[in-house]
Design a protein around this ligand. Structure first.
Ligand SMILES: Cc1cc2nc3c(=O)[nH]c(=O)nc-3n(C[C@H](O)[C@H](O)[C@H](O)COP(=O)(O)OP(=O)(O)OC[C@H]3O[C@@H](n4cnc5c(N)ncnc54)[C@H](O)[C@@H]3O)c2cc1C
Length: 379
C-alpha cells in the first residue's frame, strides 16, 4: 500500500509522465542509453519490437576499431578513440553487475594489405595510436599458421575485441540489476508531439506519456523518425558471417586482408566476416556468401579446412552516409533525441555516442564537438 502511494506520488510529481524517458530500440545503443539515464536517476522504459540485443548488436564481430581506420572521417575516429579507452572498464563493470564476461580481449589488429602505409602512419600520429610496420619474418613469427605472401603488414597492437552475444547478454542482465523497465515485443508506432515537444510514445497496446524519447532503433530508425518529421539517411545493410569451431591459439590476432577479417575468440572459435549487401530488411543467409567467406577463410588460414562451420548468420547494419552516426535532437521538437546510423562500427562507436548524447540531453559540456553528428552536418 505504502509502495503504491509512493509511486502515485512520484508520478504526480512528474506531471502526467509515467516515465521520464522512453528509449525506443534495445540494441547495444538503446541498452547503453537506458542504463545511462537510469544511473542519472531518471525513470526509464526501454521498448523493443523484438527481443533485446537480438539484431545487429548480436550479429556483429565486436572488433573495437574501424577496419582500415584512416579511411574514415575524423568524426568516426574521435568516437572510436573515446570508446576504445573506456571499453575495458565498461566490460569489467558489466561483468560485476551481470556475472557474464563480455570477453574484452586486446587481440591487436594485423592488416596484411599495406598499400596505404602513408595514410595509416599519418592517422596513427594524429590519434596517438601505436602502429607497427611488420616485415615478413615478424608476420610469420606473430601468426605462423597464416598463409600469406605479403612482405609487409600493418599492425595495431592496441585494438581489442568483445564477444557480441556475451556483451548484449551482460547488458541485458545489467538492466535487470539496475531495475530498468523493459518491454520486449512492443514496437513504438508513433512519437506524439504537442506544441513543439514530445508528450508520448504510442504502441499498438498503449499510450506511454513521457517528456524525453531517445530513438535508438538501428536500421529501422529512419521510418520512425520520418513519422516524427525528422529525416535521416539510415538504411539496412546486410552482413553475413561464419563461425568455425576451431581450437585456441590457432591465430591470436584479428587478421584483416582485402576487406575480410578473421576474429579469434578465447575458446578457439574463429569468425570470418563479412558481406556488405543492400537487400532491404531481408535477413536470410545465402549459399553464395557461405562459399565466398569459407573460401577466403581457408585461403588465409589453411588449417581451418579441418574444422566445421558451426553457424552462418546475418545482421542488418544501420547504414549511413560515410558511417557517421546521427547523434542529437531536432531543434523544433523538444525532448526528441536520436542516436542511430552507426553502420559498420556501432560497437566501437556506441559507447562514446551514448555518452555524447547523454551530455547533450543534460546540457553538460560534451566529450566531443557534437557538430559533425548533427542532422544538418555534411556526411
Ligand atoms: C556482420 C556484422 C559485423 C559487424 N561487426 C562489427 C564490428 O566488428 N565492430 C563494430 O563496432 N560494429 C560491428 N557491426 C556493426 C554493429 O553491430 C552495429 O552498428 C550496432 O550493433 C548497431 O547497434 P544499434 O543498437 O543501433 O542497432 P541494433 O542492434 O540493430 O538494435 C536496434 C533495435 O531497435 C529495435 N527496433 C527497431 N524499430 C523499433 C520500433 N519501432 N520500436 C521498438 N524497437 C524497435 C530492433 O528490434 C533492434 O533490437 C557489425 C554488424 C554486422 C551486421
Amino acid at each position: 500500500m505504502q509502495f503504491l502511494l509512493l509511486s502515485l506520488l512520484a508520478t504526480a510529481l512528474r506531471g502526467n509522465s509515467l516515465y521520464d524517458c522512453v528509449v525506443v530500440g534495445g540494441g547495444l545503443i538503446g541498452m547503453l542509453s537506458a542504463r545511462q539515464m537510469k544511473l542519472e536517476g531518471r525513470s526509464v522504459l526501454l521498448l523493443d519490437q523484438g527481443s533485446l540485443g537480438a539484431e545487429s548488436s548480436w550479429a556483429g564481430g565486436g572488433i573495437l576499431s574501424p577496419l582500415y581506420p584512416w579511411r574514415y572521417a575524423d568524426a568516426v575516429s574521435r568516437l572510436a578513440a573515446y570508446s576504445a579507452s573506456h571499453y575495458h572498464s565498461l566490460a569489467q563493470t558489466l561483468m560485476q553487475e551481470s556475472g557474464i564476461d563480455p570477453e574484452w580481449t586486446q587481440s591487436g589488429l594485423l592488416m596484411l594489405d599495406s598499400d596505404e602505409k602513408t595514410q595509416a602512419q599519418a592517422w596513427a600520429q594524429q590519434f596517438a595510436v601505436e602502429l607497427q610496420i611488420l616485415e615478413r619474418k615478424s608476420i610469420e613469427a606473430l601468426e605462423p599458421a597464416l598463409a600469406t605472401q605479403t612482405n609487409e603488414a600493418l599492425f595495431l597492437p592496441s585494438v581489442a575485441q568483445l564477444r557480441n552475444p556475451r556483451l548484449v547478454k551482460a547488458l541485458k542482465a545489467s538492466l535487470q540489476y539496475h531495475q530498468i523497465d523493459v518491454s520486449e515485443h512492443e514496437a513504438a508506432n508513433t512519437i506524439e508531439q504537442k506544441n513543439g515537444r514530445v508528450v508520448a510514445v504510442n504502441t499498438a497496446r498503449r499510450r506511454i506519456p513521457t517528456e524525453t524519447v531517445i530513438i535508438t532503433a538501428g536500421a529501422w530508425s529512419a521510418a520512425l523518425l520520418a513519422q516524427a518529421g525528422i529525416q535521416v539517411e539510415v538504411e539496412p545493410v546486410r552482413g553475413q558471417m561464419l563461425i568455425y569451431k576451431a581450437v585456441p591459439e590457432l591465430i591470436r590476432h584479428i587478421i584483416l586482408d582485402q576487406g575480410h577479417y578473421l576474429i579469434p575468440r578465447r575458446d578457439g572459435r574463429i569468425l570470418i566476416g563479412s558481406t556488405l549487401e543492400y537487400v532491404g530488411y531481408d535477413k536470410s543467409t545465402t549459399e553464395q556468401a557461405r562459399q565466398q567467406l569459407s573460401t577466403r577463410a581457408v585461403e588465409l588460414l589453411p588449417a581451418l579446412v579441418q574444422y566445421q562451420i558451426e553457424k552462418h548468420w546475418s545482421g542488418l547494419r544501420p547504414g549511413s552516409p560515410s558511417g557517421i552516426p546521427y547523434i542529437g535532437c531536432h531543434a523544433d521538437t523538444e525532448g526528441l533525441y536520436f542516436n542511430c546510423g552507426h553502420f559498420r562500427y556501432g560497437v566501437i562507436l556506441g559507447l562514446a555516442s551514448v555518452q555524447l548524447l547523454h551530455e547533450l540531453i543534460h546540457g553538460r559540456k560534451p566529450i566531443l564537438d557534437p557538430a559533425p553528428y548533427a542532422l544538418n552536418a555534411t556526411r
